[in-house]
Design a protein around this ligand. Structure first.
Ligand SMILES: [Zn+2]
Length: 359
């Protein structure tokens, strides 16, 4: 079944991990055998051929580059000026554009493009192997916007969603594991997003940032890759009250397949998913929690994050590549979800959200 995944860091893998995503995940693993520079070397689960094989024909794909502030004690992954971070996001953009020129991907930035692309993916007479993977461009963490004028520039090349925060103090908003409100610049940012019609992604915001962003911003809101705090007690996940606020705003929440966000007690880069019994089915516990709260299946979907700087060492044990997300069909059926629920989760919820946002 056609599936929409609302969170992948595809270009980060192409540029900073030096992965040629035109190859299959298994070929990329092979090419990385013996490499030890990153923990997920030889363990990646995502590639363009595997997305097609798994009928994941539309993704929200990020640009991502942090700025290391002097008071950040967080390890690695950040740049020493917003200008460098901006330049990295532009390399990521250039790679997406090169994939478009190669027929591998196609950027989706408006309602007409969305309808054409979904029609193509639902057309069984065309082989999936010949279909480009559609991508909606999102910025994860706003540090790389040198000043607010860069947001309109980014909108011009197709940026359609933005999460102001990531994992750091943040120039616009403090991120995961921290506390505190948006910065003054962050408050201006969400107002400018409202003006431009850029979707607000609440993922990675602090609790204070979440409340403030929702009150300042009046447009469409989603949580691209986010699980439930009731099941995994950590600030990274959504508290029940936040889920209620999101549902009131018509949001959709993308269930995230990063093992530490699926079951409590898992330590990033240390624990083994097998020891915790983390499988693809584990995400359904999070889905069930949201469905019980809302009484329907209209607010849950997939935001896998499967190439978010980890691979099989931090993924469900029954997931070899991202194509295995199709196993969700049988799992959801066994757990009592109807055919209509499954279609909602696979693509109809994101599709409805995007149609509303871009109408
Ligand atoms: Zn993230």
């Amino acid at each position: 079944m056609f599936l929409i995944d609302a969170h992948l860091d595809i270009a980060l893998n192409a540029i900073e991990w030096n992965r040629d995503y035109r190859l299959s995940a298994h070929q990329i693993r092979e090419s990385e055998s013996g490499m030890t520079d990153k923990i997920d070397r030889g363990r990646g689960t995502v590639s363009l051929p595997d997305l097609r094989r798994g009928q994941i024909g539309l993704v929200v794909a990020t640009q991502i580059a942090r700025f290391n502030q002097t008071n950040d004690n967080l390890p690695g992954a950040g740049w020493n000026s917003p200008h460098q971070a901006w330049a990295v996001t532009q390399a990521q953009l250039a790679w997406y554009q090169a994939m478009e020129a190669d027929g591998q991907m196609v950027q989706i930035q408006d309602a007409a493009g969305l309808e054409n692309h979904v029609r193509l993916w639902l057309d069984a007479s065309v082989s999936d192997a010949e279909k480009p993977v559609g991508y909606i461009l999102s910025l994860e963490g706003a540090d790389s916007l040198i000043d607010l004028s860069y947001l309109e520039k980014a909108y011009g090349y197709g940026l359609r969603a933005l999460g102001p925060a990531h994992y750091s103090t943040g120039r616009y908003a403090p991120g995961t594991g921290l506390s505190g409100p948006l910065t003054p610049l962050g408050r201006e940012l969400v107002k400018e997003m409202d003006r431009l019609g850029i979707i607000l992604d609440v993922t990675h915001l602090t609790d204070e940032g979440f409340s403030e962003a929702l009150s300042l911003y009046h447009g469409p809101v989603w949580a691209s890759h986010h699980n439930c705090r009731t099941l995994v007690p950590h600030q990274r996940q959504l508290a029940d009250d936040q889920i209620r606020q999101l549902v009131e705003r018509g949001a959709v929440i993308g269930g995230c397949f990063d093992a530490w966000m699926m079951k409590p007690g898992f330590t990033q880069r240390k624990s083994n998913p097998a020891d915790f019994g983390i499988t693809i089915e584990t995400i359904v516990d999070h889905y069930d929690h949201i469905c019980q709260m809302t009484g329907n299946s209209l607010h849950i979907a997939v935001g896998s994050d499967l190439d978010g700087t980890y691979g099989t060492e931090q993924s469900p044990t029954d997931l070899d590549t991202i194509a295995d997300l199709q196993k969700l069909q049988d799992i959801l059926t066994t757990r009592g979800y109807s055919a209509e629920d499954i279609e909602n989760i696979f693509y109809k919820n994101w599709l409805r959200f995007l149609r509303n946002a871009w109408s």
